[in-house]
Structure formats: C-alpha cells, structure tokens
Design a protein around this ligand. Structure first.
Ligand SMILES: [Zn+2]
Length: 343
C-alpha cells in the first residue's frame, strides 16, 4: 500500500478524493463504480489511510480546509510510518471495517453486525471507515438494512461501497452516496506493469494487456495461470484443425470441455486470433497478439475475410449457447467442425 501513488491511472477519482480530504468536509458515503481490478478497493484503503494519517502531510481535519489543517502543498499521501498507517497496512486497524460477500451474497446478518458496531464510538480513528466490497451483492434485505443506517449515519464514519455499476444497487442507496467512477486501466500501463513486475517481453506483455480488458487483476491472474502457453496451444490447434482427422478435431473439443472454468477465456482467444488475421492487412499495429505478428501476417495472406467472420460468429454463438446451458460437448463438437474449414 503506497497511498494514491499506486493509482496513477485513476487521476480523476484521486483528484476528487484529494479535494474531499482537503476540504474539511467529507460526505457520509461514497460509491466507487467500475470493472473489477482497477483500483477501487486500493483507493478506498488509501483514502481511509490518508484521512487518519498522523504524519506531517496527512490527516483529515473536520471543518478545516487544507491550509488550516496543515496539509502541505496539497500532498495527500499517507506517511506509511505513523501508528495509524502501520495498523492499516497490517490490516489491524480497529476502525477500518471491511465487508466482503460471504459466498455469492452480502447477507443481512453481516450488515446487522456492521450497523450495531457503528452505534459505538470509533476506537481511535478521526474517521472510521466501513468499506463494503461488491455492494451489488447485497441481497434486498441486507440492502434495506444498510439503507436505514445510511439515512441516519453514525458520527465520524464514512461508508465506501464498491460496485461494478450504480444500476446494480438499490437507487435509494445510490442517492445517499457520492458516486466516483473508476476507468479501465490503459493497455499501455498494464503492459508496462506486466513487463516490470512479471519480467515479460514487451510483445508478450502487450498481448496479455490487450486481453485483460483494462483490469490489472485480470492481467495478474492471466500471468499466474500461464495464459501465454494456453493461448499458444489454442492457436496451434486452430491452425491445425483444417488438416486434421475428425477424431483429432473432436479430441480438441473434448480437451476444452474438461477445462470449463477456462472455456470463456479460450473463446476470447479464438475470437481475437481470427480478428487479428482479419485486420492485419489494414491496421497491423492494432492486432492483439503482437508477439505472433509473423504468424498472423502469413495467415492473413491466405485468409478469406468472410470465412473468418463466420468463424467469429460461430464462436460467439457457442459462447451464448453454453451460457444458456446447451449441451457442452455437442456445442463444442459442432463448433470445432465449423472452425475446421480451411482459411
Ligand atoms: Zn501516517
């Protein structure tokens, strides 16, 4: 945790939070929205830390704008050294309360326990924080219980709810929160991060970043699950399909069906591979699999664009059918036969 510096790509949210902090007036509740893995929870923790920092440049002072409160040069970085910062870094601050979904939902008992804790005064914090992650998972009863507390907010307490989008949350809750939207992280930033933190080549990091959909968390989990190797396997299979026997084609669909948790990532890889071949002749610098540009160039020279577009549609249809519970093996077998047409 290094305060706001780890949120370099979230300039607007950081600016809004910084100005709330230096204004001397905090809203009772924030709602941070945006896809997973773009720093919403990091920002919530950094903000809680900055509000309570006892260091020379940090801290929130009630009703005292920045100049009076002593924040220097508008710097709102928590020091990371004071007792409050240290407790927060180690996850042991008694006034920072984190609520995560228990299974698929945030249950009413979790919210009731939170609310009864908030009736008491904070132990030591200037501002106590209740951070509710994935608030779209509040079940209706839990949502209504939370709403009652938001309507009569406890003193010295700031709620931060995080969610994918505001429309997933009870409108009566949203209306009580200051909403801050977080943007997907630019591909170039994810690429740079993957190169430095995972030691990937620029081409591999670029391919992974392009597929991560703006989410650092997703890029991380791709790196951990050997995404490059799996992608290479799928592309080799796709290239070999046209010259293969029926049995080998069906062996590929069998192998895919055994990796159900990874199946939708495999579909994305297939679609992007075909897409790269389609666009290579017009915009070669826009392909996603940058590290495979030589192979894409060769494939693009003998490709039939309509045929490739049909294949992309076939993958999309299989994806949709499987999501609506069609028979997995039958759908994949039929897809492989469609993708076996030469290009
Ligand atoms: Zn501090």
């Amino acid at each position: 945790m290094s305060g706001f510096t780890s949120l370099a790509d979230q300039k607007r949210p950081v600016r809004l939070l910084s100005s709330a902090l230096s204004s001397g007036n905090l809203p009772h509740a924030f709602l941070f929205t945006g896809i997973d893995g773009i720093g919403k929870k990091t920002a919530a923790m950094a903000f809680a830390m900055a509000c309570n920092c006892a260091g020379p440049a940090g801290g929130f002072a009630e009703n005292q704008p920045e100049t009076v409160a002593g924040n220097r040069d508008g710097r709102l970085e928590p020091c990371g050294q004071c007792s409050s910062c240290k407790k927060m870094i180690s996850g042991n601050h008694p006034d920072i309360i984190l609520i995560n979904p228990s299974g698929a939902l945030i249950k009413v008992d979790q919210v009731r326990a939170l609310c009864s804790r908030l009736v008491l005064k904070p132990y030591e914090a200037k501002k106590r924080f209740a951070i509710i992650s994935d608030a779209q998972k509040l079940n209706p009863e839990a949502g209504n219980t939370l709403l009652k507390t938001l309507e009569e907010p406890p003193e010295h307490t700031v709620f931060i709810l995080t969610a994918l989008q505001a429309s997933d949350i009870l409108p009566t809750i949203v209306s009580r929160c200051q909403q801050i939207r977080f943007n997907p992280i630019p591909i170039s930033s994810i690429q740079a991060y993957m190169e430095t933190s995972h030691g990937l080549s620029a081409e591999k990091a670029s391919a992974m970043a392009a597929m991560a959909g703006g989410s650092i968390t997703r890029a991380e989990s791709m790196a951990k699950s050997n995404w490059i190797e799996k992608r290479n396997w799928i592309i080799e299979e796709l290239e070999a399909l046209p010259s293969r026997s029926i049995n080998l084609r069906l062996a590929f669909s069998e192998a895919l069906s055994k990796n159900k948790e990874w199946l939708f990532a495999a579909f994305d890889i297939m679609k992007n591979w075909f897409r790269d071949i389609v666009i290579f002749n017009c915009v070669p610098d826009r392909i996603m699999n940058q590290d495979l540009s030589d192979r894409i160039q060769i494939a693009s020279q003998r490709a039939d664009i309509n045929d490739l577009l049909q294949k992309i549609k076939a993958v999309e249809k299989a994806e949709k059918d499987i999501k609506s519970n069609a028979n997995l093996r039958l759908t994949l077998d039929s897809l492989m036969l469609t993708l076996s047409k030469g290009y």
